[in-house]
Design a protein around this ligand. Structure first.
Ligand SMILES: Cc1cc2nc3c(=O)[nH]c(=O)nc-3n(C[C@H](O)[C@H](O)[C@H](O)COP(=O)(O)OP(=O)(O)OC[C@H]3O[C@@H](n4cnc5c(N)ncnc54)[C@H](O)[C@@H]3O)c2cc1C
Length: 431
């Protein structure tokens, strides 16, 4: 009999963990997901005519573990609209990486950029040099805003490049965000090579991207995925973990808790050795992400599928039509907290519409608007934040999720890496 492993949570971390365990062919896996669909914070939210995600997501070429996982469950690269790293604004400002090997892709991109003065170009080079000289390690860690001051960034570089990149990647405003984690992201994307900095916009909804093909792949190999099956408790008795889920308690050799940190504590609290971990998770702070989907009668004049916006509240605008969606559907993204949190959805939608008219001129009539606010979209990625390991103080009980220790902020890639690391831990203990 193969050891039975339970994975609690069918987000990207749980799925990555289940696939890695299944690939070993040494264990039998059961994934429990409380929601009706898999995907967690990266999932489709039903709308009768147009499938919308719980928030617009962007992946990049540096997501090597995620891209490898997609390949391994048979997903074709055509699921992404991919374009060279492009930071373009409606007023003509545009920094676009050249299709050349690193570091030329960025150097030529900066030389050719529209809207950047020579002082801005020198500042961009200065920040990369500053980080390289320190081997991409910032001791002590500090807010990104301080890093930008230390490395002498111009107002244009701050407002058009670094601040929007920081809030997009870390979902945390520059005055609170960790410069070390931001440096890790820059090292592995902008500075790593042309393909690492490519922007990948999913052409399918986020449940179709990984959860659906992964479920098929796991099912074909005899593993089980149980949706609408929340686990209410875990007990450790007679050398097995007993899960309170579905109609009965069932026993497993090992358990991976792959929920968001704010759901993990309810499952971990009963274990005395985990008291410090429970306190650590309880102390995490969160940042919101709001996506305002607007369906216009015709496509707005967007030369690129993703463009930057200034003046708030939205920082980025995605043309869903250029990524496989219906004509006229755009997603305006507001990452991180700020003054916009005081607005009602109706006020926010009006503010976004005004912002888009200010940026693109008169827009076509709006058919419908839907706003999806995720209040705890990600943990606040602050300087020096201590994040827990995959291995817990209870043998056989593991953690997986975007919040566990790793170089990246809360991202799909962070979640996938964490799930795979937890699977490695399980398999190592089995020898
Ligand atoms: C609006 C928004 C926009 C984002 N944009 C980006 C982006 O552009 N790029 C990017 O890389 N990342 C982005 N992220 C972050 C990314 O979505 C997350 O980092 C990632 O999805 C987290 O995956 P996870 O598996 O760690 O956790 P989750 O997705 O939270 O998965 C945990 C799962 O556990 C389930 N669960 C909880 N409790 C139980 C229980 N008791 N029993 C059974 N199941 C349970 C939940 O239902 C959930 O499905 C965004 C997030 C949001 C919310």
């Amino acid at each position: 009999m193969k050891p039975e492993i339970a994975v609690i949570g069918g987000g990207y971390a749980g799925i990555a963990c289940a696939v890695a365990l299944a690939r070993s062919e040494k264990v039998r896996v059961t994934v429990f997901e409380s929601g009706r669909v898999l995907g967690g914070r990266a999932r489709v939210v039903a709308r009768p005519d147009t499938p919308l995600d719980n928030g617009q997501h962007l992946l990049i070429g540096a997501y090597t573990h995620t891209l490898g996982l997609l390949r391994s469950v048979g997903v074709s690269p055509g699921v992404f609209e991919s374009l060279p790293m492009t930071l373009a604004y409606p007023d003509g400002f545009c920094l676009r990486a050249a299709r050349l090997p690193a570091p030329l892709h960025l150097a030529i991109g900066i030389l050719r950029a529209r809207g950047m003065s020579w002082a801005d170009r020198r500042a961009a080079a200065r920040l990369i040099r500053y980080l390289k000289q320190r081997n991409w390690t910032l001791t002590p860690d500090r807010p990104v805003a301080n890093l930008l001051l230390d490395a002498g960034q111009t107002p244009t570089m701050r407002s058009r490049i670094w601040e929007p990149l920081c809030v997009a990647a870390l979902n945390t405003p520059v005055r609170e965000a960790s410069a070390q984690v931001f440096a890790n992201v820059l090292r592995d994307s902008l500075a790593a090579g042309a393909s690492a900095s490519e922007l990948l916009i999913p052409r399918v909804d986020l449940s179709e991207l990984l959860p659906v093909p992964a479920t098929r792949w796991l099912g074909r190999r005899g593993h089980t995925i149980r949706t609408s099956d929340p686990i209410k408790g875990i007990r450790h008795e007679d050398g097995a973990f007993w899960l309170d889920g579905g109609p009965t308690w069932a026993g497993y050799n090992q358990v991976v808790v792959a929920t968001a940190p704010y759901h993990a504590n309810a499952l971990l609290e009963g274990f005395a050795p985990l008291a410090p971990l429970v306190r650590q998770l309880a102390s995490l702070a969160y940042q919101p992400t709001i996506t305002v989907y607007l369906k216009y009668e015709q496509a707005p004049p967007m030369p690129y599928p993703m463009m930057g916006l200034v003046g708030g509240p939205a920082q980025w605008l995605f043309d869903r039509h250029q990524a496989g969606g219906p004509p006229g559907l755009v997603a305006a993204v507001i990452s991180g907290g700020g003054e916009h949190e005081a607005l009602s959805h109706a006020e926010l939608e009006l503010a976004v519409q005004r912002q888009l008219e200010g940026a693109f001129g008169k827009m076509p009539p709006v058919e419908w608007i839907q706003t999806i606010a995720e209040k705890r979209a990600t943990f606040a990625c602050t300087p020096g934040l201590a994040r827990p390991d995959n291995r817990s103080a209870v043998e056989g009980l593991w953690l997986a999720g975007d919040y566990t220790r790793g170089p990246y902020p809360a991202t799909i890639e962070g979640a996938v890496r964490s799930g795979q690391a937890a699977a490695r831990g399980v398999l190592e203990t089995l020898g």
